[in-house]
Write a protein of this length. Sequence first.
Length: 220
Amino acid sequence: MSPSAGQAVEGNLVQSVTEYVRSYMANYDGSHDFNHIQRVVGLARYIHAHLPEAPRRDQQVVVLSALLHDVGDRKYLKPGEDASTLVYKLLLSLGASEQLAKTVQTVCLGVSYSSEVKDPARVQGLIESHPELAVVQDADRLDAIGSIGIGRVFTFGGARTTRSMEDSIQHFHDKLLKLESMMKTDVGRDLAKQRTIRMQEFLKWWDEEAAFSTNSAPLP
């Protein structure tokens, strides 16, 4: 196969996956919709392009994993779907090689924050064997913080839970403010630092305004 033919096959696969994900996520709420996927893909491309060449990464794996990382998300899993094989079977059906399908499925299963908290050594091992995971994981977590992350917290809370806004604020302290320290790439850490500062500023404003409900607001 000539290089140009190979690029055409890869491009067609990415296009087919993109259309599948657009349709698959149409019923997701606004915190995990196709716009989220597009941002994660863009962030993953940016991180990949600005990292040193070593360790060697496959850009196709980066892009496909970024596109598919929320397909089979257990928060939205549909009846009869198996999160452990959903991405693999999809890619095979679209003409991907078995090796590519296995690799992308493995990366997608490694993105989860909760899985890493439970077993950080496993995720570190996956990154050593699949360095693309570091890129996609950072990209996904970057979209959870900063100004867009703020919007996503309240969107998810309103769409999927009955938690109060105060409970959503607690989520910043329980998880989001910790993500900067969990970035795997230097590029991700630099971007996360900026976005974390934005969240910290927002939380200061929140505390100032919420103080009126507790009679602790400063008097003139």
